[in-house]
Design a protein around this ligand. Structure first.
Ligand SMILES: [Zn+2]
Length: 461
């Protein structure tokens, strides 16, 4: 008697691989047509006809609905590229890159979801795909319109798309469109909100910035450690290198999930705050006009990590669900205008804005949010901040590992190095000034923190 173990693969990724085959096939046919000088076969209907002609079984166990969703993805990408090229963006290219695992979407009626079991259709003659989800759908089953099977961040996921009605409120508690709040988006504070009665909300982004910084340091360290393992040029199929890349992808995915969660929580805080105060209009300063100019290596990195378009979309989505209107206005000059006497003053270096004309002193981001609120289309009545209103402080990303005091403030590392003695650091011992955590004065903008020559430098953001 012998005992043997064999490892059997799952059919799950084979379906995704078939979808990748559909994608590659479409790219290849487009390539042939282009080389032959034929007009491009861009329409979804034409592609579906081609798929029907190729007959069942061409793409393994992938069913027609799933294969068509890949064709839809291709034609959407093609037409958006064509529209942008027509508008003058020559650098935009048509879809050309192959992917081994392609997301597949099934629309309502083609799948069944009961509890945590999802049943997906496959090609004729093959048994259906039964998936067990790690949690039940947070939305009622009858609101689900589509499910998407995809492989991202080193994991398989199901994206559930639902159609939900806008929130209804008891009489007298619904948001009033006449009550408007201004929102200033930022890096130090992702949201600074100035409400109509002088109340305001400040959401701190310290944990998000810490997560960015720690992730960058981590990535650099890992790259340095694995550089020796990198395969030689032309060497193929290094298992060790594949594992290293897989691990890096997983860490990257965790970083992205953490940031997304923190941003979701911050946005929910803002919307909840607005609903409590019956605010029906949110006026948001759109900073995207100033993002195109280059501001140096560090600031460019900071701006790229900010994910402004993502933040705006999230805010608009959550506001629409809560029945709140969102206006985007130009935010130019709002952080250098006194909210009280409307004088133009120089942009404060720190977080506190003081006006030499009327002795106003208040938080710079809240002052900007107030000025943004006054730009609401149609006009609104608002009370300037710091005139007796309540300032609510909230933190984004309470769950992030960077929140803890020990890892939160990178400047604290100077203290621990000092404790190790002068021999450990390889330089003269660093004495931080008494009474301050940082080598520079606290009133200075932490964004423009300068490192002294010869000291360990960190990338602030
Ligand atoms: Zn003033």
């Amino acid at each position: 008697m012998v005992h043997r173990t064999t490892r059997l693969g799952l059919r799950l990724t084979r379906v995704l691989r078939s979808a990748g085959d559909v994608w590659a096939c479409v790219l290849e046919i487009s390539g042939w047509r282009r080389r032959r000088g034929d007009p491009p076969e861009a329409g979804y209907q034409q592609w579906c006809r081609l798929l029907a002609q190729s007959g069942p079984g061409t793409f393994g166990e992938l069913d027609t609905t799933g294969a068509r969703s890949v064709l839809r993805r291709y034609t959407d990408a093609w037409f958006s590229a064509a529209a942008r090229r027509k508008a003058g963006a020559i650098e935009v290219r048509y879809p050309r890159r192959r992917r081994s695992l392609m997301p597949i979407r099934w629309y309502h009626g083609t799948f069944t979801l009961t509890g945590r079991t999802l049943r997906l259709p496959t090609a004729r003659g093959c048994p259906p795909l039964l998936l067990r989800l790690d949690r039940p759908s947070p939305y009622p089953t009858d609101t689900i319109r589509a499910v998407t099977l995809l492989y991202t961040d080193g994991r398989l996921h199901i994206d559930v798309t639902t159609e939900l009605p806008i929130t209804t409120y008891p009489n007298g508690e619904q948001p009033d469109p006449g009550r408007a709040a201004g929102i200033d988006l930022g890096i130090i504070h992702p949201y600074a909100v100035a409400g109509p009665d002088g109340d305001s909300l400040l959401v701190s982004g310290r944990a998000i910035r810490a997560e960015h910084r720690l992730h960058l340091a981590d990535t650099k360290r890992r790259r340095r450690a694995t550089a020796a393992r990198a395969p030689a040029r032309g060497q193929r199929r290094s298992r060790r290198w594949r594992k290293t890349r897989h691990r890096a992808g997983q860490v990257e995915g965790r970083h992205r999930r953490r940031l997304r969660q923190a941003l979701h929580e911050a946005t929910t805080t803002v919307i909840g705050w607005a609903v409590d105060r019956r605010i029906g209009t949110l006026t948001v300063g759109d900073p995207r006009g100033v993002l195109d100019q280059s501001c140096g290596r560090r600031h460019n990195l900071r701006l790229r990590q900010w994910q402004i378009g993502h933040t705006l979309r999230m805010l608009q989505d959550k506001a629409a669900f809560a029945g709140i209107r969102v206006h985007l206005v130009d935010e130019r000059g709002t952080s250098s205008t006194c909210p009280h006497c409307k004088h133009r003053i120089s942009k404060p270096a720190g977080r506190v804005m003081t006006c030499p004309h009327c002795r106003f002193a208040g938080h710079r981001d809240l002052a900007a949010a107030f000025t943004i609120a006054t730009r609401t289309p149609g006009g609104v009545t608002t009370v300037p901040p710091a005139m007796g209103g309540v300032v609510t402080h909230r933190r984004a990303g309470q769950h992030l590992p960077g929140v803890r005091t020990a890892r939160r403030d990178p400047r604290r590392r100077h203290h621990s190095r000092r404790r190790q003695g002068p021999l450990a650091g390889g330089g003269p011992p660093h004495h931080p000034p008494v009474g301050s955590r940082s080598p520079t004065s606290v009133s200075e903008d932490p964004q423009h923190h300068r490192t002294q020559p010869g000291k360990c430098s960190w990338t602030p953001h």
